[in-house]
Design a protein around this ligand. Sequence first.
Ligand code: GTP
Length: 153
Amino acid sequence: MEFHDHAGNKVILTLDDQPDSNNKHVLIITNYNGKYLLTHNKFRGVEFPGGKVEQKETSLEAAKRELYEETGGVIDTIRYIGTYTVYAEPSFKKDVYYARISKIEEQDDYMETNGPVIVTKLDEVAESDKSFILNDDCINYIVGILQKDGEYD
Ligand code: GTP
């Protein structure tokens, strides 16, 4: 699938790929009791949790770490969905995971975020508070697949 992002860059999404942990970022689409568990990034606004894969870490480990650091969310189940490549300068890849969250533990420090934001619908986030992540066609396509599969019913 091909998309274009907010900056006009081409974005190619591959579903059912195997994650490889080279030069990667991760993004986690979350489900907490049928709601979305988001984080309020201090610079970008409200978005799905995510970040960079560190050295000696797999992309799955990074997804679990970033989710916990940015929201305090404890994972019940997590599965890999696919990878998208953003053809910016330089280009980069993001592995996308889908996680069901069983509980949220309060943290002293939410890193570069203000911590968890829980919404029933993504539209509840005011446009002025949204990170570009919540307006991204590729990411919203993935959320749409999960919704169609009944994950949020
Ligand atoms: P550095 O550490 O300086 O590389 O930046 P960062 O990773 O902290 O920055 P950030 O995550 O904000 O990414 C920088 C820019 O890359 C953003 O402003 C976006 O334009 C683009 N970008 C980052 N993540 C995504 C993504 O998931 N999709 C798209 N389309 N663009 C992204």
